[in-house]
Design a protein around this ligand. Structure first.
Ligand code: NAD
Ligand code: MG
Length: 393
């Protein structure tokens, strides 16, 4: 029996995780579930999975959930606030933590779980983008198992030799091919991109996801963050990672070896596959995902990314090459810009402008610990707010 904490259980990855868990009650027990403020869904999840703990971020939501649980005769203890997220990630009875909070908010509890030696199922890519060296050091020191849940990284993990230790040359790997769907605006006329709405940006052709990552997919910042994520997970340099636009989202990524072999992982675009893989590793369990019908897929196509159409991708490569706090600055500026776009305060094409201006304004420091990262994150948020104010006025 594996005891799990699911951080961000009410989100897209969180609900898919619980869907897989529900198929295997003999294998997994939920110790804790957490959400920002989605009380009703968290209550439903508590009724179904009967966790020992539930966490919400504000007192009003906590009170509401406690009342609902009392009425239903359920014994889940409800905790409040960011410290509680860390608390439920390091409990001695917890074996594995699904890190599925969106954005920088996921960093502290995910890092705490890594330091406590928990098996980490990592969906929160922002943890690696912001604090890759701090997080990977924590994993090495504690000996935690780290399973990438992001579909591309899960695919690469599957296509690399078992026990890959970060030595690409030693493993005979030439490069990593990171696939991207190209998002909803792959073929939109450039002139029309200025006026796209949050609803259009969130209508992803292949995947159903949270709103922040959906906008990131539309701008291709998601792929940029994933390049940085791949750098840390697989010890690959920016030059070792090639982004490949593959609109069908059937090949989830590939590894090219020096002998000319290219290994890929394929499947329907459904996050329950990488989640089930992470949960059961090194075994395989049913995930509820339909079998891939190659005859229905029929065609797989590939094109090179267009860096002019998607400036965010270039900005992410640039931040990775600059290193230090640059990726944390990129990530924070992106979060602020995406939130402003979702609030209809700035246009879609202003997102890369804000990030680029922030990267140009702020000094980059080396990262010696978490404080350097949090300081750069806070500075970049302030700088992004200033850039947004300039754009609006
Ligand atoms: P989502 O918006 O659907 O869900 C986010 C979850 O985090 C919710 O449970 C929410 O309550 C919680 N949350 C939000 N803000 C919080 C805060 N400040 N503090 C604590 N909890 C908070 O997001 P998602 O699409 O499930 O994505 C989650 C993470 O997984 C992201 O980092 C994303 O990049 C990554 N990811 C998602 C997908 C996908 O298919 N959805 C694929 C790959 C990677
Ligand atoms: Mg992905």
């Amino acid at each position: 029996m594996q005891n799990l904490t699911v951080l961000g259980s009410t989100g897209s990855i969180g609900t898919s995780t619980l869907d897989v868990v529900a198929r295997h009650p003999d294998k997994y027990r939920i110790v804790a579930l957490t959400a920002n403020r989605q009380v009703d869904l968290l209550f439903q999840q508590c009724s179904q999975f009967k966790p020992d703990y539930a966490v919400l971020l504000d007192e009003a939501s906590v009170k509401k959930l406690r009342a609902l649980l009392r009425e239903a005769g359920l014994k889940t203890e409800v905790l409040c606030g960011v410290d509680a997220l860390e608390q439920v990630s390091v409990l001695p009875e917890v074996d594995a933590v699904m890190a599925a909070i969106v954005g920088a908010a996921g960093l502290r509890p995910t890092l705490a779980a890594a330091r406590a030696g928990k098996k980490i199922l990592l969906a929160n890519k922002e943890t690696l983008v912001m604090a890759g060296n701090v997080f990977m050091d924590a994993i090495r020191i504690s000996g935690s198992a780290l399973l990438p849940i992001d579909s591309e990284h899960n695919a690469i993990f599957q296509a690399l030799p078992r026990g890959y230790d970060g030595n690409m040359t030693g493993a005979g790997v030439r490069r990593i091919l990171l696939t991207a769907s190209g998002g909803p605006f792959r073929n939109t006329r450039l002139a029309d991109l200025e006026n796209v709405t949050p609803e259009q940006a969130c209508a992803h052709p292949n995947w159903v996801m949270g709103r922040k990552i959906s906008v990131d997919s539309a701008s291709m910042m998601n792929k940029g963050l994933e390049v940085i994520e791949a750098h840390w997970l697989f010890n690959a340099s920016a030059d070792d990672i090639q982004v490949v636009i593959h609109p069908q989202s059937v090949i989830h990524s590939l590894v090219e070896y020096v002998d000319g072999s290219v290994l890929a992982q394929l499947g329907n675009p459904d996050m329950r596959t990488p989640i089930a893989y992470g949960l059961a590793y090194p075994e395989r369990i049913a995930s509820g995902v339909a079998a891939l019908d190659l005859f229905k897929v029929a065609t797989l196509s590939f094109v090179a990314p267009d860096f002019e159409r998607f400036p965010c991708l270039g900005l992410a490569y640039q931040a990775l090459r600059t290193a230090g706090t640059a990726p944390a600055i990129l990530n924070a500026a992106n979060e602020i810009a995406v939130a402003a776009f979702l609030d209809k305060r700035i246009a879609f094409l202003a997102i890369p402008r804000v990030i680029s201006a922030v990267l140009d304004t702020l000094p980059v420091c080396s990262v010696t610990g978490l404080d350097d990262v949090l300081c750069a994150d806070a500075q970049a948020r302030r700088a992004a707010d200033i850039e947004i104010t300039k754009i609006i006025n």
